[in-house]
Design a protein around this ligand. Structure first.
Ligand code: NCD
Ligand code: ZN
Length: 350
């Protein structure tokens, strides 16, 4: 059967998103709110979101920045620190102020200086989360400077994630933005009972590490975890397109001002929000798996998070729309979207 030119799926969710604050938030939020029903909002602000009060204030700021009529709902998270209080985390979960805790190993990535230095320090928190069924979202890279940057995810699986699963059999974990065949295999092997899931970004389905150096260094393709070699990209595509319940959509769209990306020491982060669902549709189309896009984008995530899928639908139409060249931020900076100025292969109909 030929692939369709039009696709109607349940409204998807983005289970890993960076929105920032202030002018940047107001500039980038409309792209996500047009496409997704909900998003898991990353807490790596400066300073990070570690208290219920701050999560509430941040959610209010996001709600106030929404375009009129948008039905988008932000799902807040708590940034785990060495000193985290189990009672505060528990209270915020029960009251619906946040839905998950984010673990950044200290210094793993952008704004992670407050992250966890040793898992032993957060045992009481993890035990409480295990008891109340609150998911732990993990940036899965070791931070040991001796470990090659391309090996940091695979080493994390053995060194940290396997022992963590063994010590906390009831803890529900999302391994965020997986980038390796090793992580895909690890998640599959440990997914039984909905105990472990993984998000996959659009850019890791499209870009491999060679693309980062095509004709010169391409700072806008630099993100963490860093893109790996082609065999890994192919494993990610196969995992996403499989429709298996343990894999779901998380863009990790991470806007930075152009000047901070095009710099002697450029920031990590790829800004995919302006064409996020369109990029996934392109990949699933290439895989001959458009019929599985809905599971990956709209059903598997809610199932893991024990929520209902969104009530409405979106319609995707074959045929391109130009990605903006730049997105202006009211504070004066600009952000460069992934595939800036290029045509998408699919477009979203309103
Ligand atoms: C993220 C950011 O910019 O906040 N960057 C990235 O490359 N993904 C941080 C993160 O999630 O690692
Ligand atoms: Zn992220």
């Amino acid at each position: 059967m030929p692939a369709p030119d039009r696709l109607v799926i349940r409204r998807p969710d983005d289970w890993h998103l960076h929105l920032r604050e202030g002018a940047m938030l107001r500039a980038v939020l409309p792209f996500t709110a047009r496409r997704f029903g909900r998003a898991i909002i990353m807490p790596n602000l400066k300073p990070p979101v570690t208290t219920v009060a701050r999560a509430r204030a941040y959610r209010d700021e996001i709600m106030a920045a929404l375009p009129p009529g948008a039905a988008f709902r932000p799902l807040m998270t708590c940034y785990l620190t060495d000193g985290a209080d189990p009672d505060e985390i528990d209270r915020g979960f029960r009251d619906g102020d946040w839905v998950a805790v984010k673990l950044y190993p200290a210094h793993a990535t952008t704004n992670s200086a407050h992250g966890v230095t040793d898992l032993a320090r957060v045992r009481p928190v993890l035990q409480r989360m295990e008891r109340i069924g609150m998911p732990l979202l993990i940036h899965g890279e070791v931070t040991d400077p001796e470990i090659d940057i391309f090996d940091r995810e695979a080493v994390f699986l053995e060194r940290t994630l396997a022992p963590l699963l063994a010590e906390h059999p009831g803890l529900r974990i999302v391994l965020e933005h997986v980038t390796t065949a090793d992580a895909v295999a690890f998640v599959r092997a440990n997914a039984a009972g909905g105990r472990l899931g993984a998000t996959i970004t659009a850019h890791h389905l499209i870009v491999n590490r060679t693309h980062m150096f095509q004709g010169g260094i391409r700072p806008h393709l630099y993100c963490l975890p860093i893109a790996k070699r082609e065999t890994h990209r192919l494993a990610l595509r196969e995992a996403a397109a499989s429709g298996e319940a343990c894999f779901f959509l998380g863009t990790d769209s991470a806007p930075h001002p152009i000047a901070d990306k095009e710099s002697a020491c450029g920031c990590a982060g790829v800004f995919t929000a302006p064409s996020a669902i369109e990029l996934y549709a392109e990949v699933f189309d290439e895989m001959g798996a458009l019929d599985r896009l809905e599971a990956f984008a709209s059903l598997n995530g809610p199932r893991f998070y024990r929520m209902d899928p969104n009530p409405g639908t979106i319609t995707l139409q074959r045929g391109g729309e130009t990605v903006p060249e730049r997105v202006a931020v009211a504070s004066g900076s600009e952000v460069l979207p992934f595939r800036a100025g290029e045509a998408t292969r699919w477009r979203l109909l309103d």
